[in-house]
Design a protein around this ligand. Structure first.
Ligand code: GLC
Length: 589
């Protein structure tokens, strides 16, 4: 108990350290004036913190949109910005506070937008800057903030910076990328790309190799060059001035490489592309990454913006580092570890949550995204899939932290994996087939209704709609009071209405139960919400250790009960993956 209070105390202090410095607002105004920017839809209003020192993003629900697949307004089979704008009512009704749009900048689309050829424009396939401004303005009237995806590690090989850089060894932009001579007719070292093959590609014009952690069409920028740093921060500023509330930062751990290019130690076995596995100690997670995070944060603070990190970490300690020693790096490093758990398991999840709580910082929960198999498919058992999706929703929405949903999670969208190599769109899948099938399966069109193409497009969608669209779609689930969608709506609304769920500390309950994950969230006034989630496929009965949070005579008022029955003696029967959420009466404390 004491420990939790102490931790909560630390958190308050930590969060206070995030206060934008006094002069920030003024500097921002000066800045905007200097730039004479008409479209300064402006920086976000100065962060107002609540009594616990929390800012808007601590209580928000974020929603990731893969723009190619969300809503197509012009029938070309690819989603667009106008499509997103047309769905703002839906998003607001769902309870979403901010949307993160994966890259919609001009791009040859080799990596579907993660190969940016111009950081300060919109790809015509998605619309225009005017469409973007309209989206920001309309989203504001829906109380929804816009978060863009920033790709700092690499550009497209069609970006003008790279075209200049590769034109000659003496070009002023040569050092904006990483160029090296080969070794005995071979690449400079043994580093292999996460998308298959060497990280080095020989450019015949100058006879040197350039470095790319991802595809050859995604050359890495040289972050050791101050001109690169300045140019990239300026790109971020461009969007802040257009009213963007923050960025999701792509692949931050790959920003720096060892300048001596030492070979990585080899590990046993081969990767999915047939290359030796490596321990990537010389081209990933170098300490300099944190300098960039601090610089980006300093800029974000000028605009009261939030930074979300694509932070793949091996453990909670590594994740903690991304907040910064002085909380001066990312406000929201994503916890992607939950997505890698092999199965649903109360002890495994409990242990992880405890580690997060002990580490301090405000957790950021993600259960799937455009690179990860959908949670519905990953955690589903083929028998209780909908109930599992609901239980997962209750878990990551009711824990202390900020959830980032992935479009379609709220209706139980499933993976629709390609069956044949010739159907694959993601180059990673084409190169690694069949060991690596790529990421098409988790990127299929949003399922709006049960009409042709699931109501996503009047044209042929760029990826086939998943088979469960006829039962799992927004229209039919809106009409069904017991749908996954309506459970999400209910739980998101509870996050807003229950102070214990907004601010409350996490208190573990029944810590030894092998099947049921139970916890309470308790606010400073002693009001508690208790949550019991059966993470197993068999019925369970639990008697919650309510003595930790409420007086013996306290009454519990049920808030959510799906596959659960509570008895007078405080025991709860839970069906497989059943959910029970209740409020404990504080007057009796
Ligand atoms: C990130 C993105 C992924 C992309 C990669 C390269 O991991 O989420 O989709 O392919 O970076 O930019």
């Amino acid at each position: 108990m004491t420990k939790i209070w102490v931790l909560a105390g630390i958190l308050v202090i930590d969060m206070c350290a995030l206060t934008p410095r006094g002069g920030a607002q003024q500097k921002r105004k000066k800045d905007a004036a200097a730039a004479g920017q008409k479209q300064d839809a402006g920086a976000q209003p100065k962060g107002t913190k609540d009594a616990a020192g929390h800012e808007w993003f601590n209580h928000a629900v974020f929603y990731e949109i893969y723009p190619r697949s969300f809503a197509d307004s012009n029938g070309d089979g690819v989603g667009d910005l106008k499509g997103i704008t047309s769905k703002l009512d839906y998003l607001q009704h769902l309870g979403v506070d901010a949307i993160w749009i994966t890259p919609c900048f001009p791009s040859p689309q080799v990596d579907f937008g993660y190969d940016v050829s111009d950081y300060e424009a919109i790809d015509p396939m998605y619309g225009t800057l005017a469409d973007f401004d309209e989206l920001v303005a309309k989203a504001k009237t829906h109380k929804i903030k816009i978060i863009l995806d920033f790709v700092p590690n690499h550009t497209s090989d069609q970006h003008k910076w790279f075209l200049e850089s590769k034109s000659s060894k003496t070009n002023p932009k040569r050092d904006w990328y990483i160029w090296r001579d080969g070794k005995d007719g071979k690449p400079p070292n043994n580093w292999t790309s996460t998308f298959g093959g060497s990280t080095w590609t020989l450019d015949p014009t100058t006879g040197q190799y350039y470095y790319h952690y991802f595809y050859a069409q995604q050359p890495d920028l040289n972050w050791r060059n101050p001109e690169v740093q300045k140019a990239m921060l300026d790109c971020m500023r461009f969007w802040y001035k257009r009213g963007v509330a923050g960025f999701r930062l792509d692949a931050v751990d790959t920003l720096y490489e060892d300048p001596d290019l030492k070979d990585n130690p080899l590990l046993p076995g081969l990767d999915k592309f047939g290359f030796p596995n490596e321990h990537e100690i010389y081209n990933k997670k170098l300490p300099e990454v944190h300098d960039v995070m601090r610089a980006m944060r300093k800029l974000a603070d000028e605009y009261n913006a939030v930074l979300i990190g694509e932070t793949w970490t091996a453990n909670v300690a590594e994740l903690r580092d991304y907040y910064g020693e002085k909380n001066d790096e990312l406000q929201m490093p994503m916890d992607l570890m939950l997505t890698q758990f092999p199965k649903l398991s109360a002890p495994l999840f409990r242990e992880h949550i405890t580690a997060l709580e002990d580490a301090g910082g405000w957790p950021v929960f993600v259960i799937s995204n455009h690179d990860i198999r959908r949670s519905y498919t990953r955690w589903g058992d083929g028998k209780n899939d909908d109930q599992i999706a609901k239980m997962a929703a209750a878990m990551y929405m009711l824990l202390r932290g900020t959830p980032i949903m992935y479009y379609g999670e709220e209706i139980g969208m499933e993976n629709n994996d390609p069956k044949r190599k010739e159907d694959v769109q993601d180059p990673q899948g084409r190169r690694g087939w069949p060991a690596e099938i790529g990421r098409d399966g988790e990127r299929t069109p949003m399922q709006w209704n049960d009409s042709a193409n699931a109501g996503f497009s009047t044209g042929k969608p760029w990826l086939p709609v998943a088979p469960n669209f006829s039962t799992h779609n927004v229209a039919s689930e809106t009409a069904d009071p017991n749908s996954i969608l309506n459970l999400y709506r209910k739980i998101i609304a509870l996050r807003a209405s229950e102070p214990a769920l907004r601010e409350g500390k996490y208190i573990e309950l029944n810590g030894h139960d092998p099947n049921v994950l139970a916890f309470a969230r308790q606010d400073i006034g002693g009001n508690s919400v208790i949550v019991a989630l059966n993470m197993s496929d068999s019925a369970q009965s639990v008697k919650l250790e309510l003595g930790k949070v409420a007086a013996p005579s306290a009454k519990a008022t049920t808030l959510v009960s799906v596959g659960a029955t509570a008895s007078e003696d405080r025991s709860i029967s839970l069906d497989p993956y059943g959910i029970y959420v209740a409020k404990a009466d504080s007057r009796l404390r």
